[in-house]
Design a protein around this ligand. Structure first.
Ligand code: SF4
Ligand code: SF4
Length: 139
């Protein structure tokens, strides 16, 4: 599983079988409808570069592997990654300052759930720890 500090890579759909099948089917549809021939009916700003679209679809089909943010991908100088590393944390869900943290602000427009998911994971980890402690008291 690819991993990141903020949790985005954990849910990444790159290489997902259902997604790849959809892209493959879309390519087949476009070929069957000969879309490359009628795209010119929508000139200039109404149209789009069909070659680029096809290149993008091929890209998804050929880039199914990614090591994730912890494997060297992700934003260069990401404030989240830099902060987590400097605190010696494996994941932001381990951080006691997650609630008021503003380092996620640049992600929230595209990924409004990113902090909520982290908070959920944090609560789950806390509950697991609590149960572990309870079990150890029983022994
Ligand atoms: S580089 Fe930053 S934003 Fe991208 S996945 Fe890693 S921690 Fe998240
Ligand atoms: S303060 Fe905590 S939650 Fe915010 S980026 Fe740093 S490690 Fe992650």
């Amino acid at each position: 599983m690819r991993e990141s500090y903020c949790g985005l890579c954990d849910d990444c759909q790159l290489g997902n079988r259902g997604f790849l099948e959809t892209v493959f089917r879309l390519k087949e549809y476009l070929a069957r409808f000969r879309a490359n021939w009628w795209v010119h009916c929508f000139p200039e700003e109404e149209g789009f570069d069909f070659g680029e679209l096809r290149k993008g679809l091929d890209w998804f089909l050929s880039h199914t592997e990614c090591p994730g943010c912890k494997g060297g991908r992700g934003l260069e100088d990401c404030p989240i990654r830099n902060c987590a590393i400097s605190r010696g944390l494996e994941h932001c869900s381990q951080c006691p300052d997650l609630g008021p943290c503003t380092k996620f602000d640049f992600l929230l427009k595209e990924f409004p759930d990113v902090k909520i998911n982290l908070r959920r994971r944090q609560l789950k980890l806390k509950a697991q720890e609590f149960h572990r402690q309870l079990e150890s008291y029983k022994k």
